[in-house]
Design a protein around this ligand. Sequence first.
Ligand SMILES: NC(=O)c1ccc[n+]([C@@H]2O[C@H](COP(=O)([O-])OP(=O)(O)OC[C@H]3O[C@@H](n4cnc5c(N)ncnc54)[C@H](O)[C@@H]3O)[C@@H](O)[C@H]2O)c1
Length: 318
Amino acid sequence: MVKIGVIGAGGNGAGHARYYHESPRSEVVAIADPDGKRASALAAECSAEALSDYRDLLGAVDAVVISSPNQFHRDHAVECAGAGRHIYCEKPMGLSAAQAAEIASAVRQAGVRSVIGFSVRFSAAIQTMQRFVREGRVGDLISIWSRRLFFMDLSEHPGWRADHALSGGLLFEVNIHELDWLMAMGGELESVYARAYARGQAGPPANDHIWVTLNFAGGVVGTHEGSQVSAVSQYHRGLMGTRGAMETTGWGSRLHFAEPGSAALEVEQDEAFDLRGHFLDCIESGASSVADVEWGLKVMTAADAILESAATGQVATV
Ligand SMILES: NC(=O)c1ccc[n+]([C@@H]2O[C@H](COP(=O)([O-])OP(=O)(O)OC[C@H]3O[C@@H](n4cnc5c(N)ncnc54)[C@H](O)[C@@H]3O)[C@@H](O)[C@H]2O)c1
């Protein structure tokens, strides 16, 4: 039975807590959140202890799930790993590649297991797209793309999410997911070219809308456009190879495959990969993490390069 502590009792932390409470392989021992009401309500649901300071749970757990606001991820991850606790750290892995490097170093030194919460890559659609690529059904990959546009109403999201210095803006808070899966599919990333727009805050690094081109060593090109200031919503992912192409529709829920010259057919999707269960596998049986801090550091290094390119107007090497 893996003893888990959950740090941050917001909507996302609650999802993690319920999962590990319901799993027969783990037990949620404590929930830490300075918001006492939230901590107590979630702790009561999971028969756990409510604490205001995450440091007070370290003595009682094997592993932590860090689901606090983004600006705390570095400190929480470094401290928990340093105390010898396995870490499931929500994305982003800190607010810069330098912070991610501190987390990776703490994990390496402590020899603990790590998972970064790149949940989107493990969704059914992306898992299925990856399998089609692996099985050679799209031939040699040429292009991968994503477009994720929505409108974030600032009046409904006060606090850390609306403040780019605390959240990292759209790129770190939301589109780090897209960067993760595009990188997982495209191979070694060589350089990026990006532009960014920010509403009401000077940017970059402030960013509410980004355009990114990813140049992979093998010749694959990735493109992404993301927005949290768009009046129209769209969530579209796709890829194209020498023998076929795939795309999602319906806010990413449906997936289609077409071979050149034939109509696109809807594909039955694989099961989503259980990243939370995988964290337990890493701890219990030494499974190799599919999204560890070393990978997270690569993604954060690419994210920094995107901001650098957006600031300079030049291609940035990764
Ligand atoms: N992987 C995903 O798909 C996914 C989805 C949603 C959110 N997230 C991430 O999860 C994290 C939390 O998101 P959320 O939507 O639950 O946010 P939220 O604002 O709803 O909740 C954050 C909670 O953290 C608490 N908190 C603040 N300071 C703290 C501290 N020092 N120690 C412990 N808790 C503290 C707040 O009181 C709040 O209850 C963010 O990093 C976000 O990026 C990931």
